[in-house]
Design a protein around this ligand. Sequence first.
Ligand SMILES: Cc1cc2nc3c(=O)[nH]c(=O)nc-3n(C[C@H](O)[C@H](O)[C@H](O)COP(=O)(O)O)c2cc1C
Length: 173
Amino acid sequence: MGSMNSKLRFEEAITITPTDFRSAMSRFASAVHIVTTAGEAGRRGVTATAVVGVSDDPATVLVCLNASNAENRRFDVNGSFAVNVLSAEGERLAQAFSGRGGLSPEERFALGRWRLLSTGAPVLMDALVAFDCRLVEFRTIATHHVLIGKVEAVLEGPPAPPLLYHARGYRLL
Ligand SMILES: Cc1cc2nc3c(=O)[nH]c(=O)nc-3n(C[C@H](O)[C@H](O)[C@H](O)COP(=O)(O)O)c2cc1C
């Protein structure tokens, strides 16, 4: 029964096109983050679902950012970043930092309240939780830059439900 329901038989699933992969990834339910940086290369924030914890000792996180966007080099040059995990209230910020509405970087940042912790990357005061990280590795793998950061500070906001992204839309628990 299971195999009859499969979209592709195994022997047909050898070439995974970008469209196939995006469609498959849309089945993932993800947390939604704004990944920020500031420093000599300037301030930037990007809505990202591609974030994962790597290690708890030392506390380490990983973020994937599109390499075709030259603005994302700022994370490498600045050498630090913050991962801001959005609460259910954060959809407007997520939209703005994904480029929806065509706001300038200043207008995007004006939608939130930010503070600095350890590295100088902007930390969202209303985040569910934020991880302030020193960049320890920056590698380009295929279409994406993979940033690995050592967590230098954590800000835990008040407990709240998270913002999720699934099947190409924002969802609430
Ligand atoms: C829900 C959602 C998740 C996203 N996840 C990522 C991601 O993990 N990595 C990434 O590089 N871009 C991701 N993007 C796209 C970026 O947010 C978008 O390309 C970027 O903010 C555009 O920046 P710009 O307008 O400053 O060029 C995501 C967009 C949305 C709506």
